[in-house]
Design a binder for this molecule. Sequence first.
Ligand SMILES: [Zn+2]
Length: 314
Amino acid sequence: MGSVVISLDAELAWGYHDFEQVPACIDTARESWLRLLELFDEFDLPATWAVVGHLLLDSCDGVHEDHPTPDGWFEKDPGTWEGRDELWYGESLVDAIEDADADHEVGCHTFSHVEFGHTNRKIAAAEMRKCVEIAEERGLSVDSFVFPRNYVGHRDVLAAYGVSCYRGNQPRRWYDRGVTGSVAKFLGWPTRTVEPTLVEPEIDEYGMVNLPASLFLFGFEGTARSMVEPLAGDPVVRMAKRGIDKAAREQGVYHMWLHPNNLTEERDFERIRTVLAHLDHVRSQTPLTVETMGGVAGKIKNDEPLPREPIGPR
Ligand SMILES: [Zn+2]
């Protein structure tokens, strides 16, 4: 039987600090983060929260002089503390993840939301070094990793810093392109060709487990969603349910992901609640399991232990 994994890119303002403006959806991101934790607890479902490392600082100078990112990278960093600028620091939110009843995993989403597909090795290594330091201070380890904006890169550096699992890119299908594809995908038509994507975790050449994504839970928004939803119900819910059902019948992992700041309206919470309720129900009726990224990786690595040699600076 298969399993279901849910991962979250938890970044608050850091997800947008390199944009001209940090968008308004961020203003409610902390509240959404906490409400999501409540929803996961309601159904006792664990998730992997890939948190931007900077959120774990209790305060900072706003300069980060020793960090090799280009000039201006920390321009919007307020250089204060959580009580003052709560979109740039998040220790209490990470406490909430750890204090939750559901057995969540705290993962890593780089230190300052650097796109690893578009940066150099020195910066990637510095980002990872920072994350490992901060995690260790908290008694955490950096096992599971999510690439900012899904730009995969510098995997050797991840391996050198002890990462054991990352979220790889979703396999691309014909319906992943264009508006027609998008409508087809979420309306599930033609049904036989638009199948939910179960992924197979694989050990890559660095000994890490690549667990690709199956479905972004907020990939069908705006006008398209508003037009379709009243007629056919929430298309993402339908797709997610079909994926969960498939994972209950077949081998493979159905890996859904989202950002806490994707939830800004009540209908967004309703979507997640409906998906989690379905997942809980199917889990109770079938051998389907719900796991964290680290849980999936742990099982595979136990089956096939690989020696690992450190690469790069530490
Ligand atoms: Zn800072």
